[in-house]
Write a protein that binds this ligand. Sequence first.
Ligand code: ZN
Ligand code: FE
Ligand code: FE
Length: 266
Amino acid sequence: MLVDYHTHNYLCKHADGKLEEYIQHAIKIGLNEIGCADHSPMPNNWDIEVRMYEEQFWNEYKPTVLELKEKYNDKISVKFGLEGDFFPGTETWVKEFLAKSEFDYVIGSVHYLGEWGFDNPIFVHRYEEQDIDSVYISYYEHIRRSAQSKLFDIIGHCDLVKKFGHRPKKNMEEIWRETFKVIKEADIAVEINTSGARKPVKEFYPSEQILKIISEYKIPLTLGSDAHTPTDVGRDFDIAKQLIEKYGNGKISIFNKRQRSEVTIG
Ligand code: ZN
Ligand code: FE
Ligand code: FE
């Protein structure tokens, strides 16, 4: 069983291709499931440059995913997912928004520290203005709070802060342990996200050091390419599969209406 649970489409304005093209590519490469997980709208259509309008969610994203789920039913299982944002202060809005749709799963991602979209290439210069250790510490505080919020099923790209290659001086082991303990207690899965290999840092999210801790804590894994173009669906999954053998006993989690179950990868 092989799945890609993290894919985008043109609605977020920084990805190419229609939902259907992502699904067709997934079929072409032989995936069993593809999860559509485009960027969620935010309250008052905040940061609309990199996400869909709320109206587009209701009028286009949701109906299209559900329609394609039917259309390709005999070829692939299409999952209705979303990549939500953990942004302190928006929890109630997110909770109410998520409750209005029957998602198969929701990824919770930290993309903002304060109002700084730290993974947005436009704002990369802001790393130079701050202490990288403090950026990392703040990032993991956000990750822990995102897990404790109980809003999400999967923690997205859990070391995204390394995206542009900024590394902390501080040894992060203790902070990672504290963080993944919280994730384990919250009973949430963590994704192996292969997109980091296509970014300046040139490694998957998370690193093997972190995967080691994840496997010690027996935290369930999911798998995603974070495709922003249809041909990135399933990208580098051969390597990811080996990591899942090594750090996840060869098992991944899949979701149906926000219920998690485990399957053997292959
Ligand atoms: Zn994106
Ligand atoms: Fe993301
Ligand atoms: Fe994403």
